[in-house]
Ligand binder design. Sequence first.
Ligand code: CA
Length: 622
Amino acid sequence: MLRRILLVLLLLAATPVLAEFERIEPPFWWIGFKETKLQLMFYGEGITHLEPSIEHAGVTLSRIERVSSPNYLFLYIDIAAETRPGTFDIRFSGPHGAFAQPYQLRKKNPDPSRTGGFGTADAIYLITPDRFANGDPGNDFAPGLGDAVDRTDPAKRHGGDIQGIRDKLDYIAELGFTAIWLNPLLENRMPTHSYHGYATTDFYRVDPRFGSNEQYRELVETARGKGIGVIMDMIVNHIGSGHWWMQDLPTDDWLNFQESPVMTSHEHITEQDPYASGYDQSRYSDGWFVESMPDLNQRNPLLADYLTQNALWWIEYLGISGIRMDTYPYPDKHYMTEWTRRVMSEYPQFNVVGEEWTSNQPSVAYWQRGQNNHDGYVSYLPSLMDFPLQEAMRAALVSEEGGRMSDGSPAGLLRLYQILGNDFLYADPASLVVFPDNHDMSRIFTQLGEDYGLYRMALAWVLTVRGTPQIYYGTEVLMKNPGTEDHGIIRSDFPGGWPEDPTNSLTGQGLDDQALAAQKYLRTLLHWRKGKTVIHSGKLMHFRPENGTYVLFRYDAQDSVMLILNKNHEATPLKLDRYAERLGGYSAGRNVLTGKLLPLSGAIMLPARSPLLLELIPSGDD
Ligand code: CA
């Protein structure tokens, strides 16, 4: 016992004491970034009166910023490339004397593959961590953070965590996924709805109910070893009202509408509209997402640097493959240019996908890297979520063939064909992320009226069309949200994530035949897709839908794949002469799902209400 006390005393003596500081952010940094300038934010009572100085080879204190709150100090230091890793002292002198605050500089990881991005060869599994698997019941309750665990309440925390995800990595890899996108894991010190993670209250801390920063890092490393990259969900648009800044905002312009909050109009077009008023632009971009999520003013240069560095910190600390940026068009758009420029400049192989939730394709196209915009706006964002194609796919599958949508445009498969044809609007359509659903909308099986034939068509489409596919957890076992759009129900617990549950997606226990068939179907498609470079990078050609059928090809010099959707409730003959320009030289197709060979001459019979996915066999090879 005595030895233990002595050890604790020794440790206390060795730990740098934050005599005057409650926080120093970032908590440490790396040598080796192209940008050698670094902002350090110090927080502590009355610290504005301290006078900092640095005497360390390679490190220069270039600027000191004091703000309206007396409890912050922002230091800008410059780190020369040849600076040696290790800890150096920042000296502070003040009314109570002088003291030294150590700060650590690590060496940046030189391996670019560690942060190597994601792309069309990948398939992404989207996970809502609180709802996926409870690997550590010991962290379910975190005193002082608010919001309790109650699995019977869809709006409350359910106990899922990082350990749970780690435990299920083999299952995810075995399904055929090569990437996971995790809904946010950072601290959400919020009284309610903290489980979804979009109300950040500490930019440098994983929520203890999910685990620790170190556990997140270990998860990323373990996943990488299993061929799975991790995509981190980030939010720079807003924070949670429980963020510690809210008790003591650094400046009077840290937030938009700081004095009296105004809610956003959600009018996305104001970002591109050549006639938009400044009033409307501000109401959209500066308005708060919801009352519990204060809107950050990225035009404040101190905040801008803070947020950009935070992204670089997590990329380097975790070794992630990509970022999914939440509410992409809502922050200041010129700041987002700088954010994407900096991230992609420091990590050229990295990937970032932005969320622009609109069915208006020109608005999505506007944000993508390489786009030649009417107003000269430049972006460095490689990828966007393809919401327009998601919406078109759903509408095409559930609406009547030959009918009209409520806006008068064609319904049925023709709608999907036309929206895909609009790909000319994009600088790089192949880099978009395609998905049947996500955590913010009804489960795809529900969107399709629990029609298993349509479900199979939707998945075949998403996994064959251009882009990188993303599938929400539980889609493989037909998770659904019948009769409600409640987000807490959409994000229900994954069967198999809680040991006490009667159903288990990993073992198949308790799953009905259709769910088991769906899981097998998705697994087959994903494993097939993994090795098909023609799906990753081949060209695309499609034919105008006729008679409730839609035919799409992916092809390159070596390979050709034919996907046929048949929405009809009965088996339907498909005459092949229309497709001669893509079928020339091929005599048969191998059914990807059954392995059976189908001769390609005259006409083929399509199974009712099904996709038919064929690998084409050159004449003479069969
Ligand atoms: Ca837990």
